[in-house]
Design a binder for this molecule. Sequence first.
Ligand SMILES: NC(=O)C1=CN([C@@H]2O[C@H](COP(=O)(O)OP(=O)(O)OC[C@H]3O[C@@H](n4cnc5c(N)ncnc54)[C@H](O)[C@@H]3O)[C@@H](O)[C@H]2O)[C@@H](O)CC1
Ligand SMILES: Nc1ncnc2c1ncn2[C@@H]1O[C@H](COP(=O)(O)OP(=O)(O)O)[C@@H](O)[C@H]1O
Ligand SMILES: [K+]
Length: 671
Amino acid sequence: MGSVFNDAHHGDDDFDEGLDDGLDNDFADGPDEAPETDDPFVSAAWRAEQVRAMERPLLERGVPLMRMAATAAAHVAQAMLERQPDGPDVADAHVLLLAGAGDNGGDGLFAAAELADQGANVVCAATGRTLHAEGLRALLDAGGRVLALDPEADIPGAAVPDAQDGTDETDGDPLERVMDLYENADLVIDAMTGIGLKGALRGIPAQLAERIGADRIDPRSPALPVSEPAAQYPMVLAVDVPSGVGVDDGTLPGTYIPADVTVSFGALKPCALLPPAAYACGQVVLVDFGFDTSRVPVAVELVSAAETRRHIRLPRLADNKYARGVVGLITGSDAYPGAAVLSASAAARANAGMVRYLGPERAERMVLDRLPEAVFGEGRCQAWVVGSGIPDGDHADVDSPQREAIRRLLEPYAVGEANWPEPESLLNIGLDDLPESFEDLMAMLAPTYEGGQESLPPVVVDAGALDLLPERVPPQVVITPHAGELARLLRSRGQAVDADDVERDPLGCALEAWRLTGATVLLKGAITVVVGSDGPDKPRVVVNGNAPAWLSTAGSGDVLAGSLGALLAQAAADEDRSLTLKMADLAAAGAFIHGLAGQLASGSGQAARPPVVVYDEDRDRLAEAMAPTSEKLRDATPFAPIGKPILAGDVIAQLPNVYALFASMNLSEWN
Ligand SMILES: NC(=O)C1=CN([C@@H]2O[C@H](COP(=O)(O)OP(=O)(O)OC[C@H]3O[C@@H](n4cnc5c(N)ncnc54)[C@H](O)[C@@H]3O)[C@@H](O)[C@H]2O)[C@@H](O)CC1
Ligand SMILES: Nc1ncnc2c1ncn2[C@@H]1O[C@H](COP(=O)(O)OP(=O)(O)O)[C@@H](O)[C@H]1O
Ligand SMILES: [K+]
């Protein structure tokens, strides 16, 4: 099975095959119609305290979770060694275990004991004053050695740094000894801290992470598909979570050890899905303990193919172009007319019935040249896209008619403001040099507003329109900032944040923007974070991670805005559906479609959050599931696994293929 995108659902084989077909541009044969499981297990994450609550009933029933976790970790370690073309057999492998005093260390000790039982040379560096007693005994019995790093440690059977008994491990500075072991190891098992981490790493774990972690991070290294054989030893296997990452919020509060593979127990934690911590997790292998997740609200969700498909509207027998959804765009400007072409073309190719464009004459002409189907006149729109390619208030000399039109368009969305405009007032924009099309715009807005605020169509507020957002808006307003734009928006609401702060804590900042504005927030990045409303004062957090790094190219954001507008128009075209509580999922589905188009365009198997692998007790199946992307895609595309550079227009060209893939899946389920 070769998945080219981040569909995390196990049991989606048919769909994956459909996508492989997509790389060959062969949509002739739809996949077999098999019922699709829509199991949230691999696409949902729960916070540490929620995981503990789900573990409790199993532990009370005496289920040996730690032993199950350790066996899984040992199997994953073996698979990592085996996939190295010239790697050592387990029996010849040098394994360095970094073990903390908690149960995370316990998992690591039992796992390392299983490897030592098979002959591996295992040294455990104990970072705390104690070790899990039974785990320690198991490792010592299996022939592993233990080096205590803390001078105050009380660990029976361990070499202690100040003992001066002449054993190799105790000569010199213990941290240097660990670094020597590190440099000669084939595999490091990081079991210093798991879900019990409090704040940033301190003490010996912090020092170790600083030495080892710093050595392993190179932001200049290319974005490769997952699990290609490691260029250099040692590989790192993180137990449950990489030590040092913010388990619940996805931040990197201090030093940490990035992993090649993270073996995660029972359920994903938010750090596996949220940037920037998710980048430190590498390939994630999830071990199913059979938790009852049904009564525990999901903290963070990864948008899936199955979820995205739910928001797509297939043409119906009695459709006309209006019924399929009309997208209105106020995008592009004299300064950036190309953004008009990109956003309008993306909307037109993403399953909308029609596109209405409003902008300066030059941009209008360019849109018409490239998109003769676009219309410029009066009429109703089921969704709007505003701001892409329009200079913001700091960069526009005078408020342009376009900005004025956007301001007027957004005015009725202002929550709790007394100045709910009379429809007629919308017609009086008060600018002498207003192009004809803007008068048309005002005329076409008027009928939309008759049903009150709830009936307002969804609107994507992008780029230069972000500073025109009313103070508070309803959830059908989606804002699509990148980190710099979100920082600016938050600053305008009195928060002292810059772009770096947003990149350090994307979830926290997106939540703050959601709280302050009420808008559905889509924060763009390699992993895109969406926060929307899940009921009064209740956020819903959904992320997308299928985008290949090739997608960061000029105009890519304009394509996202346009195609998201088309998705919203499709959803809004079904008038019986209220979109308020669906906006986070819709926005994330828009990001998924954009990312998948980027994958098809670039032919890349790389993704910011690669698919989660479900642990399989069967060793062969586990090895197959963990196999390098290049192997999985070998026959799918000549470009795999890395892909090729793309332009925004290439992404647009793939949007119809993305829709074709969704449309061809499990046809019986469309009824
Ligand atoms: N509870 C369970 O039933 C299961 C737990 N499992 C494992 O147990 C782990 C949780 O175990 P624990 O609750 O013992 O917690 P951890 O082992 O994750 O963390 C506690 C240890 O980390 C140290 N620590 C905490 N904050 C630190 C900081 N800021 N700087 C340096 N050291 C710090 C503590 O001193 C302690 O030694 C999970 O992540 C998982 O690996 C698994 O065995 C599966 C079953
Ligand atoms: N490293 C990356 N990997 C994958 N996708 C990315 C990466 N960086 C940015 N993106 C995506 O590319 C798009 C860039 O949008 P934006 O910043 O608005 O660019 P532009 O203004 O040039 O259109 C967003 O959809 C974002 O999620
Ligand atoms: K760990």
